[in-house]
Ligand binder design. Sequence first.
Ligand code: URA
Ligand code: CA
Length: 432
Amino acid sequence: MRIVDLIAKKQHGKSLTTEEINFMIEGFTTGEIPDYQMSAMAMAIYFQGMNDHERSDLTMSMVNSGETIDLSAIHGVKVDKHSTGGVGDTTTIVLAPLVASLGVPIAKMSGRGLGHTGGTIDKLEAIPGFTVELTQEKFIDLVNKNKVAVVGQSGNLTPADKKLYALRDVTGTVESIPLIASSIMSKKIAAGADAIVLDVKIGAGAFMKTEEDARQLAHAMVKIGNLVGRQTMAVISDMSQPLGNAIGNALEIKEAIDTLEGHGPEDLVDLCLTLGSQMVHLAGIGSNLAEARLLLEENLNNGKALEKFKEFVASQGGDASVIDHPERLPQAAYQTEVLASRDGVLSQINADEIGIAAMMLGAGRANKESVIDLAVGLMLRKKVGDTVKKGESLVTIHSNQLDVTAVENKIQENIMISEKAEPIQLIHEVIL
Ligand code: URA
Ligand code: CA
C-alpha cells in the first residue's frame, strides 16, 4: 500500500477501506508517512468528505494509536459528557455530583482551559486543597466508593489526533466535519467512556458558528459513537450569550453551589437537566428521559446532589466547608459595576468577547504559560430579554487590579440595549 495512491483515491471522491485508514494513521503516528503527505490527505478529506464507516474507522484508528484508559474495574455504565466549549459553562461542575447522586458512575478525565473558554480543572482548583492529581488506582477506587472523581489528563492518549490536529491547524483543514467529529470522539473513547453525551454549542461564543454546521457535527458524532458500540446522544445548545451568570473560576464554583442548592440561573439549570437526563438514561436508570429528568430535579431539591458535591470535594483533598461558606473561596480585591447607558431591553451579550473580557482580568489563559487568577471574573446582572433602566448594573467586574477601564469598555461594546429583543432558544435540538 502506498499513501500517494490513497491520497489520489480520496482526491477522486472514493471511500477508503478500514485497512487503508489504519495504514494511514499508523504510518502517520510513527512518522513513516511525512507531514506533507498527511496534509494532502487532510485537504482531500476536507473537500471530498468521508462516509459514516470511514469516520468510525478513523476514530478507532486514532484511539488505537496510543494508550487507552481501562475503566472496566468500575461497576456500571460509565457515561461521559463532552462540550465543544463555551463561555461560563459551569455544567460539568454541576452534572458530576448531580448525576452521581443517582448512582451513575462519573469517571471524568478533564483538562485546563485555554483562551476564553474555561477548563473544569481550573474551576475545581478554586476550592482550596482540591487536587486532580490522582493515581489511576485511587481514581478508580474513588469512583467505586463515591460514584464520582475527576482526574487530570495523563498518559499518551490519541497521539495520532494530537499530531493531525496540529497539522490541520496550519494547513487550513480544521473545519472539516469528519475530521472534527473523529477527533473529539477518539479522545472520549480513549478516556474509557461506555456512553457519551455531547453538548454542541452554537453562536458567537462557540466553535461552530452556524446552526447547520453544529447540527452536522452533532449528527456525525452521534453516528460514530453508535457505530463503534458507544451509545451516544447530543444536545445542540445556545452559546450566543454566556451560560448562567458567572464567568471565572471561583465565581463559577459559587454558581455551581447555588445550582446544586436548587436555585441556579434558569438557563444553566435547564441545560444541566437536559444533558443530565441523557446521561442518566444512557446509564440505564429511569425508563425514559422525562423520568430521568424528574429524578434529577428531586436530587437538586432534596439536598442529595449538594451532599454528593461535598463528599466529592472532600475526597479529593478540597475544603468542603466552602460549600456552606462560599465566602471562603478566593475573593477578588475590587468590584466594579458596569452600568446601562440607556433604558431598554438587553438584546445581545456577545459571548466570545465577554469571555475575552474575563480573560483580560486573568480568569483565563491567553497562552499555555499564563498563570490564571482564580478569584477574578464577571457576574452578569442581566441576560438577553431582561429590561434595564439607565444607570442599573449590567455586569459586576471582580478584579485584582484597580483600573479596569479596558475591560469595562469591552463589556459596554458587547452588550446591546434595544427597544425589544428576540428571545434566545437555549436548546436547539436533542439528538437521540
Ligand atoms: N476540537 C477537537 O478536539 N478536535 C477538532 O478537530 C476540533 C475541535
Ligand atoms: Ca456560568
